[in-house]
Write a protein that binds this ligand. Structure first.
Ligand code: BGC
Length: 474
C-alpha cells in the first residue's frame, strides 16, 4: 500500500521534472502554456477550508434528511431502508437476486449453507432504448432475463425467494415496497417515478405466467454492499458506491431517524443517504466550476444529482473532455488543434482517466494510446501528455477528496471508534490511485482516536440482495 502511495507522488514529481527539462529546451513557450494550464485548473483543486465547509454542509443536510420537519425539502434524503437485521452466518437456502443500476443488469443464484456462499450469475445488457422506454418495457426485459437465467440453471420450476438490488433513489415503506423518487444515471423510463418498483416487477413476472418468484426484499446497491461487507467484517457500518453513480449508506441509531416507521424497538437501521443529490439546493455552488455547470446542463436530469456529477463514472470523463476542449480553444493545449471527436460529448470515457493515470513514472504509453488510438490525434508531444495527465489527476483527485469528505463526515457522525467502509463501483475499482487517495484524505479528516479500513466489496450488490432475502425469509 505504502508503495502505491510513493509511486503516486513520485509520478507527480516526474510530471513536473519532465516539464522542467522541456522548459530548458523551449523555455518561454512551454513554461507559459504549462503555467496557464495549471492556473486554469486551480479551481479544480479543493482547499482544506473548502473540504471543511463541504463536511459541515453535508452533515447539516444529513440531519435535515433524518428530521421529520425538514425531510421534505432535504437534498440528502437519508431514506430508512428497513434493513435492521444483518446476516448472522447461519442463513441457509437457495436465493435469487437481481441487480439493476448501471448499463448492465445481473441475475444471480446464491446457495447459502452455514458460513458458506456459492454463487452463479449472468450479465445481461440493458439496451439504450429500454433505458429511456416505458416502465413496462424495462420490467418485461428484466423478467425475460430472469426467465432465461432460470432456464439455464434448470430452476424454472422452483419457487424461490428473490432480493432485488435496484440502484435508484426509492422511498421505502417496508422491505418489499420501494417507491421510485426519480431516475438517475441516464435511465428515464416513463410511468415508474412515484410508483412501487416491486409491483412493476411482480406484474411483469405475472404477465409471463411461467415463473414462481417471491420478491422478499428491494434494496439499494449501497445497502446491499453494506450488508455484504458486514457479513465478512462486523465493524462495517458504512458503504460507498463510486461507479456510474455515487451513493453511501450507514448504520444509524433508530432513535435518530424520525422518518422511520418500522420497528423502533430495534436499536439500529441502515440509512440510504442518496448523497448524489447533495448540492441540488445550491449547497455546492462554492466549489462547482463552469465544467460542472456544463455537464449538468447537457444531462437528462439538469439541476439534479449535482454531487454525483462531480464524482462518478458517468461524468468524470466528460469533465476532463470539457477542460481539454476549453484549453485547446484557448490555444494553450495541443497547439490549439484537436480532432473533431474531442469536440463530441461523451468521447472522453472515464476509463481513459484510469488508463492515463496508470502510466509509470515518466512514461506516457497509455496516454499516447488514448490520444492517438481512441481520440484520433495524428501526433502528440510529450508536453501534451504531461498536461493531459495533470488535468486527469486534478479531476480524479477532486472526486476522491469529495468522497473522502463525505465518508469522514459519516465516520465522525457514528459512535464507533473502529469502522470498516465497504466500497464498490468502477471508479474505485479501476482507478489506480483512488483507494490511496481516499485513505490518505480520510485520515486527515476523521476525529482523533478513530481508526478505519477501506474494504473492496466483492460482488456486494448481488450478494447483499441474496443475504437480505435470506434474512427476510429466516
Ligand atoms: C442512485 C443511487 C445509487 C447510486 C450508485 C445513484 O444515481 O441515486 O440510488 O446507489 O447511483 O449506483
Amino acid at each position: 500500500m505504502a508503495n502505491r502511495f510513493r509511486s503516486f507522488w513520485s509520478n507527480f514529481k516526474t510530471v513536473y521534472d519532465v516539464n522542467n527539462e522541456l522548459n530548458f529546451n523551449n523555455k518561454k513557450k512551454v513554461k507559459s502554456h504549462h503555467q496557464q494550464i495549471r492556473e486554469h485548473c486551480q479551481n479544480l483543486i479543493l482547499t482544506d477550508d473548502q473540504v471543511q465547509e463541504y463536511m459541515s454542509r453535508f452533515l447539516n443536510c444529513i440531519k435535515d434528511g433524518l428530521r421529520l420537519s425538514t425531510h421534505k425539502y432535504a437534498t440528502v434524503k437519508c431514506f430508512p431502508t428497513y434493513v435492521q437485521d444483518l446476516p448472522n452466518g447461519k442463513e441457509k437456502g437457495k436465493f435469487l437476486a437481481l441487480d439493476l443500476g448501471g448499463t448492465n443488469f445481473r441475475v444471480l443464484i446464491v446457495n447459502l449453507a452455514e458460513n458458506k456462499f456459492d454463487m452463479n450469475s449472468k450479465i445481461y445488457a440493458v439496451p439504450q432504448a429500454i433505458m429511456v422506454g416505458t416502465g413496462e418495457q424495462l420490467f418485461d426485459h428484466i423478467a425475460s432475463c430472469l426467465a432465461d437465467f432460470m432456464a439455464e440453471q434448470h430452476i424454472s420450476n422452483e419457487t424461490l425467494p428473490l432480493g432485488f438490488t435496484f440502484s435508484f433513489p426509492c422511498i421505502q415503506e417496508g422491505l418489499t415496497k420501494g417507491i421510485l423518487k426519480q431516475w438517475t444515471k441516464g435511465f428515464d423510463c416513463s410511468g415508474v417515478a412515484g410508483h412501487d418498483v416491486v409491483q412493476f416487477l411482480k406484474e411483469a413476472i405475472n404477465r409471463r405466467g411461467d415463473l414462481n418468484i417471491e420478491v422478499v426484499a428491494i434494496l439499494n446497491d449501497a445497502t446491499s454492499t453494506l450488508v455484504s461487507c458486514s457479513y465478512q467484517r462486523h465493524d462495517c457500518f458504512i458503504s460507498v458506491i463510486v461507479g456510474t453513480g455515487s451513493n453511501a449508506c450507514y448504520v444509524e441509531q433508530t432513535k435518530n431517524c424520525e422518518t422511520f416507521n418500522g420497528d423502533r424497538n430495534k436499536p439500529l437501521v441502515i440509512i440510504n443517504c442518496e448523497w448524489g443529490a447533495f448540492g441540488d439546493n445550491h449547497e455546492l455552488e462554492f466549489i462547482r466550476t463552469e465544467y460542472d455547470v456544463e455537464v449538468d446542463q447537457n444531462s437528462i436530469n439538469t439541476g439534479r444529482q449535482l454531487h454525483e456529477k462531480m464524482v462518478s463514472g458517468m461524468y468524470l470523463g466528460e469533465i476532463v473532455r470539457l477542460v481539454l476542449v476549453k484549453l485547446t480553444k484557448e490555444k494553450i493545449l495541443f497547439d490549439g488543434k484537436a480532432p473533431d471527436i474531442l469536440f463530441k460529448s461523451g468521447s472522453f470515457k472515464t476509463k481513459y482517466i484510469s488508463e492515463i493515470e496508470s502510466d509509470k513514472v515518466g512514461v506516457y504509453s497509455q496516454c499516447k494510446n488514448v490520444l492517438l488510438n481512441k481520440l484520433n490525434f495524428d501526433q502528440v508531444s510529450e508536453q501534451d501528455c504531461v498536461d493531459v495527465r495533470y488535468i486527469c489527476e486534478c479531476i480524479s483527485r477532486r472526486a476522491a477528496h469529495l468522497i473522502s469528505a463525505g465518508v469522514a463526515t459519516l465516520i465522525n457522525k457514528i459512535p464507533y471508534n473502529r469502522v470498516t467502509v465497504g466500497v464498490d463501483g468502477s471508479v474505485y475499482r479501476f482507478h489506480p490511485h483512488f483507494h490511496n487517495l481516499l485513505v490518505e484524505k480520510i485520515k486527515c479528516l476523521v476525529k482523533p482516536g478513530v481508526t478505519f479500513d477501506i474494504m473492496l466489496s466483492e460482488d456486494g450488490s448481488g450478494r447483499g440482495a441474496a443475504l437480505v432475502a435470506a434474512v427476510a425469509s429466516r
